[in-house]
Write a new protein. Structure first.
Length: 182
């Protein structure tokens, strides 16, 4: 009987582990590229404030290992934003300086100090913040890339964007799965 019980427990644990794997969304090798393409697409529908103009390049910074980080570097080297080259900066894990950033794409491991500085600083004015695979507790982003079943969608927080002087076109707002207002 003991042998049967051990066998049953092992079989049950194996079945549960397989069931939980089946419930996980399929993450393909193409997902980071899709996330990067969405981020770059969002830029086309974003308006920076007049008092924070873009200069010689669009500086896109990454922090906290966003899912799209490597794909952003690869894709952006082949693209421009309007007539400006896109320059990627990877902020290190203990950096809290985002002064050179026009766009900040954050991942799940984003530094809490960076978030504090982001929300407390006037330097965040004119910085588009995108949360790519972040923890839901991050409330400092304007755009959240989220997985909905087997799709990548995005949510927009208009209260955050108005704090930073950023505006989105109505076309982009229509595509968002959720638009958060004050």
């Amino acid at each position: 009987m003991k042998v049967f019980t051990k066998y049953f427990v092992v079989l049950l644990l194996f079945s549960l582990s397989q069931a939980s794997r089946a419930a996980e969304p399929n993450i393909t090798a193409e997902e980071p590229k899709l996330r990067a393409a969405i981020v770059l697409g969002i830029l086309r529908f974003t308006n920076w404030p007049e008092d924070a103009p873009l200069t010689n390049s669009l500086n896109l910074c990454t922090a906290g290992s966003p899912s799209s980080s490597a794909a952003l570097a690869e894709i952006s080297s082949k693209r421009q934003f309007q007539t400006l080259p896109i320059v990627i900066y990877k902020l290190n894990s203990n950096s809290s300086d985002f002064s050179k950033c026009n766009v900040l794409v954050m991942g799940a491991n984003v530094n809490g100090e960076l978030l504090k500085n982001l929300s407390d600083s006037e330097a965040s004015h004119g910085v588009l913040t995108v949360c790519d695979n972040c923890k839901t507790s991050n409330e400092d982003a304007m755009v959240y890339l989220v997985r909905v079943e087997n799709r990548i969608a995005f949510k927009i927080d208009l209260s955050q964007s108005s704090k930073n002087g950023m505006k989105f076109s109505s076309s982009l707002l229509e595509l968002a799965t959720e638009v958060v207002k004050d």
